[in-house]
Design a protein around this ligand. Structure first.
Ligand SMILES: C[S@@+](CC[C@H](N)C(=O)[O-])C[C@H]1O[C@@H](n2cnc3c(N)ncnc32)[C@H](O)[C@@H]1O
Length: 270
């Protein structure tokens, strides 16, 4: 299945998957089940990407067919087979944890196009970026300011703060981006509960007015204001101060909604 640039444009405009994807879905679900099964039985598998996230990522990978992928926070290497599934030419995995790196090396057998690093290398132009670990503002900035910026940035798990940071930096850099929160694929995997399912940005170069409009369209979905407020509160000690003053929203709501309980005493009349 190959996607024409017009399909990518269509995807950018409407943010939906094509009918062709439906035909491939069964194969994708089977592949993800197998990959999840393999990695969940390996040592250190507590934090691997959920099945829903993997399926969402695989679908996006199939739309964009990237050449050079950055896997930030590779852990034990769960997502590498997904990039191989779309024949990525080069996969750069970054993992800061030494033990995870050793597990990665023993888990990933096909290493001819996979490079494992401890820190973000500066000499690549990634066209697809997957973030599954804490990432500094400096690293985000260096990714966005590459010679040609990445087409897609996929953020695994919840990572609301990373999403908010990314969205704002995209605006500051004068880029536009469509933001999609992945849905839990509980149905496909016959799960009783919803799973973490990732989110992704599709980046475009447009003029600054479009960049601003695209930010306005996505900023409620990315919860940027809430994250910014939380950041300020945690970092400036405002949170504790407001709690002391009983001014935070939860306390106010609690005060307002608190039912008035009247305690009555009856005297037993003998
Ligand atoms: C959510 S995990 C990344 C998972 C990875 N993308 C995967 O699907 O296998 C985020 C970070 O947690 C750390 N981590 C994950 N598993 C770990 C383990 N078993 N022991 C220590 N650190 C771990 C690694 O530094 C990793 O980059």
């Amino acid at each position: 299945m190959d996607f024409h640039p017009l399909n990518i444009l269509y995807y950018n405009m409407f943010g939906i998957y094509f009918k062709d994807m439906e035909c491939e879905k069964e194969k994708f679900v089977k592949f993800v089940k197998q990959n999840y099964h393999t990695f969940s039985s390996l040592p250190g598998s507590q934090h691997i990407a959920s099945k829903s996230s993997q399926l969402n990522l695989l679908e996006v990978l199939h739309v964009f067919k990237p050449n050079i992928v950055l896997d930030w926070g590779s852990g034990i290497g769960t997502l590498i087979q997904l990039y191989c599934h779309v024949n990525a030419r080069l996969i750069v995995a970054v993992e800061k944890n030494e033990w995870c790196r050793s597990q990665f090396i023993s888990n990933i057998k096909t290493t001819h196009n996979v490079i494992l690093k401890e820190e973000l290398p500066s000499n690549f132009n990634f066209d697809f970026v997957v973030i599954d670990d804490e990432i500094s503002l400096k690293s985000i900035l260096s990714l966005i300011s590459q010679e040609s910026f990445p087409k897609v940035i996929f953020v695994e798990g919840w990572r609301n703060r990373t999403v908010a940071k990314l969205s704002f930096i995209i605006l500051v850099h004068g880029l536009s981006a469509n933001f999609t929160r992945g849905r839990s694929r509980s149905q496909e995997f016959e799960l009783a509960e919803k799973e973490k399912s990732g989110a992704h940005f599709v980046l475009l170069k447009e003029n600054s007015v479009d960049s601003l409009i695209s930010w306005l369209k996505r900023c409620s979905k990315t919860h940027e204001f809430r994250e910014f407020r939380n950041f300020l509160m945690q970092n400036l000690g405002l949170f504790r101060l407001l709690r002391l003053l009983n001014f935070n929203a939860r306390s106010r709501r609690a005060l307002r909604l608190k039912p008035k309980i009247r305690v009555q005493y009856w005297r037993r009349e003998d």
